[in-house]
Design a protein around this ligand. Structure first.
Ligand code: SAM
Length: 288
């Protein structure tokens, strides 16, 4: 049973973190002349209406896009992402917020391929409407992780898999690393971008351990954590992005992470590190 709907969280600080990095990854990858592809395994809606009853319920965007909006013209590595948001909005307010598939499509060249996967029947309908008529774009209603396994390596041999699950089922924390490890084995040169929430009990650390133990390497991680969670109903207090085979050195990720961290409305910390540098205790099997 799928109950998660991203509209309740659209444009929050985790989306800014995820989408700013996503834009920089695609921007770097598309500089090569050969065509590439993007597979978005948990695509969501395509575009989110921030004036909707659902988005207004908790107004998570107040700590995200609406907070960053007045300073959107400031030169920074967030510009490619913010430029796309600008094309959906006129005037000084921001009411339309593009999601991962729309951002990817806007940054890809017309000949590049986008496959957007979404399983929720309502969300997939919205996604089909928002991506309708765009070049080389396919929307499929399937299981995202299985679709990834079935489709890597891409025929183009160049591309990115975006993995942005809702983590509404606890088994996601085991399924996600298992599928990434299998996909990485099939395509060690592929790039994979994973989003995860940072919550009480740090279940994402189990994903790191599983990825490390299964031999996934060259994974660069950015984490942004709030000192005090703003959304009491949702135990998330931080956002993490892990990129396997990033197209640039860690300095780029450090700059984006620092930019967002420094401008957040409440006390926030940011960190960038490589999975390969994390150590785990051989005896207990736990990450140190
Ligand atoms: C965090 S949201 C995605 C947000 C989107 N990536 C964005 O940035 O705009 C997770 C989405 O995954 C969908 N979903 C849940 N289980 C899925 C599955 N097994 N396969 C594909 N999509 C799934 C949910 O319906 C939800 O829309």
């Amino acid at each position: 049973m799928l109950s998660y709907q991203h509209i309740y969280h659209a444009g929050n600080f985790a989306d800014i973190h995820k989408h700013a990095i996503l834009a920089q990854v695609i921007k770097a990858m598309r500089t090569k002349p050969q065509p590439m592809a993007v597979l978005d395994t948990h695509a969501g809606r395509g575009v989110y209406d921030l004036s909707s009853v659902e988005a207004e319920k908790n107004r998570e965007f107040d700590n995200g896009i609406t907070h960053f909006w007045p300073r959107r013209a400031e030169p920074s590595l967030l510009r490619p992402f913010l430029e796309i948001v600008e094309t959906f909005n006129t005037g000084d307010s921001v009411t339309q917020y593009p999601g991962s598939s729309m951002i990817a499509r806007r940054l890809l060249k017309p000949a590049d391929r986008l496959v957007a996967v979404e399983r929720h029947p309502g969300e997939v309908k919205e996604l089909q409407t928002s991506l309708a008529g765009l070049p080389q774009t396919t929307v499929v209603q399937e299981d995202g992780l299985q679709t990834m396994l079935d489709n890597v390596p891409f025929p183009e041999r160049r591309g990115l898999v975006i993995i942005d699950p809702s983590y509404e089922i606890k088994t996601d924390y085991a399924d996600v690393p298992k599928h990434i490890a299998l996909a990485f084995r099939k395509w060690p040169q592929g790039s994979f971008l994973l989003w995860y929430p940072i919550m009480n009990g740090a279940p994402h650390r189990d994903m790191f351990l599983a990825l490390k133990k299964s031999g996934v390497s060259n994974m660069l991680i950015s984490e942004i954590c709030l000192e005090k969670p703003p959304e009491d109903h949702f135990r998330m207090y931080g956002s993490g992005i892990a990129i396997v085979n990033p197209p640039w050195p860690d300095a780029i990720l450090k700059q984006i992470t620092e930019h967002i961290t420094m401008r957040m409305p409440a006390a926030t910390s940011g960190e960038v590190f490589w999975l390969d540098n994390l150590k785990f205790d051989e005896f207990t099997g736990k990450l140190l």
